[in-house]
Design a protein. Sequence first.
Length: 292
Amino acid sequence: MEKPTEMERKSDVPYWPAIECWAKVAKRGDALPQSFDRTRSRMEAFCRRMGPKEIYTCDDVLRYMNVLEREGCCGNYRYSTMFMIKSLFVANDWPWTIKKYQHPKKSPPRREYFTAEEAGLTLEASRDNPTLHMGIRLAVVLGIRRVELCMLKRSEYRRPKIYVTCVKRGISGWREMDPETCDELEKYMRMRDTPGDFLLVDDFGAPVDEEWLKSHLEHLLKRMGLYRPRLGWHGYRRGVCTWLHKAGMSEAEITKDVGWQTPTMVHAYIQLDRDEAQAKRLKKHPLLNHKT
């Protein structure tokens, strides 16, 4: 007697018709083959783990999410798996009653930032492009956003201060700079022989936009071997907040200096290293025997 094929073996499983029903719907769409296979694989894993049934319930889905969490699956994996399983429910007209608050929490993305050493290297490496160099210097000194760099104006510079127009409901105002930055800024303004009030301009004398800044910084980072996904102009802002915090500046002072209206924003920008935090705990803990 011949051994049954894989298809014949699977056809005997109670949940197989439900997955086949989903597959027929999915194949009528424009899903990529790898996406189709990945979704099907997770559906089968869910069905096997919850036991062979002809119909599954939302309680089964929530129990499966708890199983994945206990097994150490990250929030992003559990979140995407739930919505893959939801498409199985929709294709088979099974009730879906899971509320938004019951969805797995997605893992926060890694917030990349420039270390002080990396920022210094980009500052030196950009000297062949005066506009990019000036933009990086202002981002490093002031910790301002890319869009705010584009909005800086020559008429709003009064040594040693420049007026920064904050976006996202931030507090606009005059920001003080160090003498060296002021010297470089004045040298840059003398060098650019173009009309117009915007401070940073490209090779044709037109004001730079966010895309110009993004593409030129990305090219510089790739040339230097420092490129990382999600590392861009905002990495300077996170870096400035992190450096100042480590140097002893309080969160309230950083909030005031950067121009945030809410005191909670600073927590998202200060990037703490766990090893450094643990080393500081061992050093500062009052009940530990510190060797001098």
